[in-house]
Design a protein around this ligand. Sequence first.
Ligand SMILES: C[S@@+](CC[C@H](N)C(=O)[O-])C[C@H]1O[C@@H](n2cnc3c(N)ncnc32)[C@H](O)[C@@H]1O
Length: 279
Amino acid sequence: MGMEFRQKIILKEAMSYEAIMGLYTRSKTFINCILKQDSKGLFFITNEESIFSKGDVVIVYSVDSFNIAEILDANGLFNEHFYADQDVFETQDIWPDEALFIDHMIPSSDNRILEICSGNGRVTSHLCKDGNTVVGLDNCLESISLAQKHQTDLLSYVHADAFKLPFEKDCFDISCCFENSLGMFLYDEETIVQNLIEVSKQKVIFGLRQVNDSTQFIHYYASQNGYLEFGKVFSHDSFEVILNNLNESYRNCIAAINYYPGLARPWGGEQFFVVLDLV
Ligand SMILES: C[S@@+](CC[C@H](N)C(=O)[O-])C[C@H]1O[C@@H](n2cnc3c(N)ncnc32)[C@H](O)[C@@H]1O
């Protein structure tokens, strides 16, 4: 049996960063990352300067960025342990750039809005504003079950796959996909964009992540409970490549593409928002 892509290890002796990398990673070409647990039990990403002592608890990720199934498995683990965590739910909020964007770009009432990849509903409830009817959709049962505890007359959550949206054509005025969730689809973003165009009458909105280092096409985020989430990152150009690859009938539905800047995130990279106006 080969090594797992995620291993939790209690160090039997002090080791250097390089020694751990050498012993527990599967290939130098993989995405390799060592997380170390601090005295409060939280995990943090380490680097060459980090010190590892006997008894330290470390988690080593060694993921093949070309193995889509492996990345999806790693993200599945992350989803069930992060978005479904009650503490995460209680402590997280929308980012100031998301609040500003929603304030300016989302009508205040009487619209039907879909958010796919809604996770635990971190952004979803904010889309209701003064009276929009909002549906959050996610394929992670644990996160949706948590979100469903907070449903209201205007806000509901559906457990479903964004590849097979359970909605009629033009069912929503606006559909959204925030916080780089499009990056979770790795090599089939076109289907997701087409699905959103199919169910939307007016606008399709994305919050995407860009990083300055163009060698990094997959970026990861570490949760303090020791999991990594992997996602493709974007630029205006790479997003437009996706739009150019859409089937002609969907491409013809796009009347305008508008970009709006967002803010940096603590885990690296910067948000930008894209609004597709539909004909
Ligand atoms: C980056 S997280 C964003 C969660 C939430 N929007 C937020 O900003 O906190 C991506 C979400 O996409 C969901 N997801 C991944 N693949 C999916 C699919 N095929 N269908 C629906 N949701 C999916 C995951 O379960 C996860 O909740």
